[in-house]
Design a protein around this ligand. Structure first.
Ligand SMILES: *[C@@H]1O[C@H](CO)[C@@H](O)[C@H](O)[C@H]1NC(C)=O
Ligand SMILES: *[C@@H]1O[C@H](CO)[C@@H](O)[C@H](O)[C@H]1NC(C)=O
Ligand SMILES: *[C@@H]1O[C@H](CO)[C@@H](O)[C@H](O)[C@H]1NC(C)=O
Ligand SMILES: *[C@@H]1O[C@H](CO)[C@@H](O)[C@H](O)[C@H]1NC(C)=O
Length: 518
């Protein structure tokens, strides 16, 4: 099922090759594809030069200067992937800009404040605010790390320690390389450890008292209340190749179109879930709520058969086509689930079964405003009530669905995913108390060293998610940290909303049982 990767020699990843290296036919296809790509981009870029009225600086120039006398947002010079024809072990091209001249000719409007969830960056880095981050601390985070990533003078170096699940590591590194294409030369030197597994491991209780000044900084995809791991956007924003999920930017557009096709009122008035129940007991528990001949909890639940779907080209699993019900259930798996953003994007009411984990953006969600809270125990009763409530309060229910999809389309668009990565890494780098150094025996990585030797399917995701030019604007402005009191108030408000829903729910079941007694 998985296609193997081959990497350029300087890149130390051995890849997840299952059946040897790519066959000759695939290599020929790749060459053809790359050839077409270069031709197409050459045509496109000359098209731009001929039809636009603004001057574009030469691409051999290290700094792009774009004059925008006629348009507010000029189309900047694009840098397609540059894989030299006939050679898969491509070195990094020298012509990508390393700086960007942000002159006053460029968009003069001040940068908007980043979304509120960026404020949790301060929260995540709190353990090192007073002490800073020493080399010892970073080395201590190596125990479970899959790789160390170093940025020195704007270039990325990776030291790999072990194989990650699927291609999580490759697409995470790919994302960071795209961040550097977007903001070339803008990040300071830094060095960090990344763990690609699901569950957080840096337990707060192991770092109390004297140990509180020795917390290892470890990056991963999610966190929980009991741990101090630093959360970072997961690989799926650049595509989840193994299950045919496209990169986020294109997918967001597909979902938006899908939402316009089937309006909320025309959707099935039930709660839908489709997924793999075997990864967690709570998911098996959820299946008990499925409709049957004798009971209807308003839930329509389905098991995702990945093997069957991969044989059928994943036609049934296109997330953009899964917005067919008024209510969609989100339930965690082994840890946080990548599916949350796809569910929230649907315009349906997300029925969120009480989660244990958070990822980088979910701390910005408010119960009842963005989603409907569902109890972890007694799921079926909770779901039954939620759907009845929504079908009896259609305007309010639609507003919840809309608030979530607006949040996803606006505050979680790819621009902000990159800005979150930028600010997190930038704030992290400010805390370093040592000079980052290039790991021995590594050569710097660029998009070409990963994408050029990759097989057809991952290469498609990479080509699609490639950042083609430096950003014409600065990152959004980082908001200040939460005052402890403001944070406490935020948590209290969320808990109050959840408690309110639980009270309505209890009342609903009380009334139902009274009616049955009459
Ligand atoms: C870079 O571009 C600027 C502006 O177009 C130009 O003045 C300068 O001569 C260029 N430098 C090189 C090395 O091409
Ligand atoms: C491909 O690249 C390698 C190293 O960069 C070089 O030694 C080799 O000659 C190249 N082969 C071709 C056909 O260009
Ligand atoms: C690709 O990179 C090589 C080496 O830096 C450079 O000579 C060539 O002009 C680049 N090609 C394109 C299409 O940018
Ligand atoms: C849930 O019920 C529906 C309708 O009867 C059925 O098609 C579906 O397969 C059931 N799901 C599971 C997981 O049994």
């Amino acid at each position: 099922m998985l296609r193997g990767y081959r990497f350029a020699r300087p890149f130390k990843f051995q890849g997840t090759s299952l059946k040897g290296s790519a066959p000759a036919a695939a290599a020929t296809n790749t060459i053809l594809f790359v050839g077409l790509f270069i031709v197409a981009s050459a045509i496109l870029s000359s098209f731009w030069v001929q039809t636009s009225n603004f001057q574009i600086g030469s691409s051999t120039n290290q700094t792009i200067v774009v004059s925008n006398k006629f348009k507010k947002t000029p189309k900047p010079v694009e840098f397609p992937l540059n894989c030299s024809i006939g050679n898969q072990t491509q070195t990094c091209p020298a012509n990508y800009p390393t700086t960007f001249s942000n002159t006053d000719e460029l968009d003069p409007s001040p940068n908007p404040l980043c979304p509120d969830y960026f404020r949790f960056i301060h929260q995540d880095l709190m353990p090192w605010k007073r002490t800073g981050i020493t080399r010892d601390m970073v080395e201590n985070a190596k125990k479970t790390a899959h790789f160390r990533l170093v940025i020195v003078k704007g270039k990325v170096y990776v030291e790999k320690y072990k194989q990650s699940i699927q291609t999580r590591d490759v697409f995470t590194i790919w994302g960071i390389l795209q961040l550097l294409r977007r903001y070339p030369g803008r990040l300071p030197d830094l060095e960090f450890m990344f763990d690609c597994d699901d569950q957080p491991v840096i337990r707060s209780r192991d770092y109390q008292g004297l140990n509180s000044t020795r917390v290892p900084p470890l990056f991963r995809y999610c966190g929980d209340r009991w741990t101090r791991d630093i959360v970072f956007p997961d690989w799926s924003f650049w595509g989840w190749n193994e299950i045919n999920i496209k990169p986020w930017e294109g997918l967001l557009k597909d979902v938006k179109k899908g939402n316009e096709r089937i309006k909320w009122m025309d959707r099935e008035p039930y709660a839908y879930w489709k997924g793999n129940p075997f990864v967690a007991d709570t998911r098996k528990d959820l299946l008990k709520c499925n409709v049957s001949g004798t009971q209807d909890w308003n839930a329509r639940l389905f098991i995702q058969d990945w093997i069957l779907e991969s044989q059928q080209g994943f036609k049934q699993s296109n997330v953009a086509d899964q917005c067919t019900h008024r209510y969609k259930i989100y339930i965690e798996g082994y840890a946080w689930s990548v599916s949350e953003k796809y569910i929230l994007a649907c315009d349906s009411v997300t029925l969120l079964i009480k989660p244990k984990y958070y990822d980088f953006f979910t701390r910005g969600l408010q119960p009842v405003h963005h989603y409907w809270p569902i109890r972890h125990e007694n799921k079926c009763r909770s779901i039954k009530f939620a759907v009845d409530w929504g079908n009896n309060h259609k305007q309010k229910a639609q507003a919840i669905g809309k608030a979530a999809s607006d949040f996803i389309q606006e505050e979680l668009k790819m621009d902000y995913v990159y800005d979150y990565m930028f600010h997190l890494l930038n704030e992290y780098a400010k805390l370093l108390r040592f000079e980052p150094r290039i790991p021995k025996g590594t050569t710097h990585l660029c998009s070409e060293s990963i994408a050029c030797p990759a097989n057809e399917s991952p290469k498609k995701s990479m080509t699609e998610s490639l950042v083609k030019s430096p950003s014409a604007t600065d990152p959004c402005t980082m908001p200040p940290p939460y005052e402890p009191r403001a944070l406490a108030k935020l948590y209290r408000r969320n808990i109050n909303s959840i408690t309110q829903v639980q009270q309505w729910e209890d009342k609903y079941w009380e009334n139902l049982s009274k009616q049955q007694q009459l």
